[in-house]
Design a protein around this ligand. Structure first.
Ligand SMILES: Nc1ncnc2c1ncn2[C@@H]1O[C@H](COP(=O)(O)OP(=O)(O)OP(=O)(O)O)[C@@H](O)[C@H]1O
Length: 245
């Protein structure tokens, strides 16, 4: 590099990469017979590209609520959600459906596989719907998730762990920029949950997508890069912070 180029670089402001997800001052309350109950009270949360974060907190603290708002499954009362530079806070139903199709993927505790489709068709389903089915990538995912011998089976013929691997395969087949998971290991025993996490993190790292996972398990949370806790309606750094960036 020439001296002139070095001087030019020195004058440029440092390039700070925009976060993949930025949640600011997010508020959400639910109507109840006793009046509205505030669940999220000014939540702030940022995820970098490729970052994996565990979202923890007591039962009823609002973890699923936050995940649903970020995932476009529900609408906030106030605040801002920006995904990959796009403000998605006030999208219409159609806009939110497009967001779910094109930018992010959500994995739920109940798997939500389609009973009438075999495993292969289930894994490909969302990618086909989004017009982004890539046979080579889907095949790679199936092998990485160790599902290749189960392709013809229907969901009712699969164990919980196998269904969960299929659900994460289906989510990643669309190559989401953001993967959201709500207690994805909630129905699995400890050893199967550990296996699932190892595979999921491996595949998430291979795609470079950001990963936000709700979990009650300190043990599983410790495997993610960062842990945050919802408490009194706000996100706080986890008390037992293990892997701060
Ligand atoms: N549709 C709704 N109407 C009214 N209240 C709701 C609704 N959905 C959730 N809540 C309430 O909002 C609060 C937060 O619920 P949420 O499911 O987000 O908590 P959570 O942290 O995910 O809990 P858990 O760990 O038990 O799954 C709870 O008090 C819940 O009862």
């Amino acid at each position: 590099m020439t001296d002139a180029a070095t001087r030019d670089d020195a004058r440029k402001p440092a390039q700070v990469e925009a976060p993949l997800l930025r949640v600011s001052r997010l508020n959400k309350s639910y109507p109840t017979p006793q009046g509205p109950v505030a669940v999220l009270k000014g939540v702030d949360l940022t995820l970098a590209r490729g970052e994996s974060v565990a979202l923890m907190g007591e039962s009823g603290s609002g973890k699923s609520t936050l995940l649903h708002l970020v995932g476009g499954l529900d609408q906030a009362d106030d605040g801002e959600i920006v995904i990959d530079g796009v403000d998605v806070t006030w999208l219409s139903d159609t806009g939110r459906a497009a967001l779910r199709r094109e930018t992010l993927a959500v994995v739920f505790q109940q798997f939500n596989l389609i009973p009438s489709l075999n495993l292969q068709a289930n894994v490909a389903f969302q990618a086909r719907l989004a017009g982004r089915f890539d046979p080579a990538w889907t095949d790679e995912l199936i092998h990485r998730l160790k599902l290749q011998d189960l392709l013809e089976r229907y969901p009712e013929q699969l164990s919980g762990g196998q269904q969960q691997r299929a659900a994460i395969g289906r989510a990643l087949a669309v190559r989401p920029r953001l993967l959201l998971a709500d207690e994805p290991t909630g129905n699995l025993d400890e050893a199967t949950a550990d296996d699932f996490m190892a595979l999921a993190l491996d595949v998430v790292a291979a795609t470079g997508c950001a990963f936000l996972m709700v979990t009650h398990s300190e043990r599983l949370a410790a495997r993610l890069q960062r842990q945050v806790r919802l408490s009194a309606g706000q996100v706080r750094l986890s008390a037992g912070v293990i892997n701060q960036p």
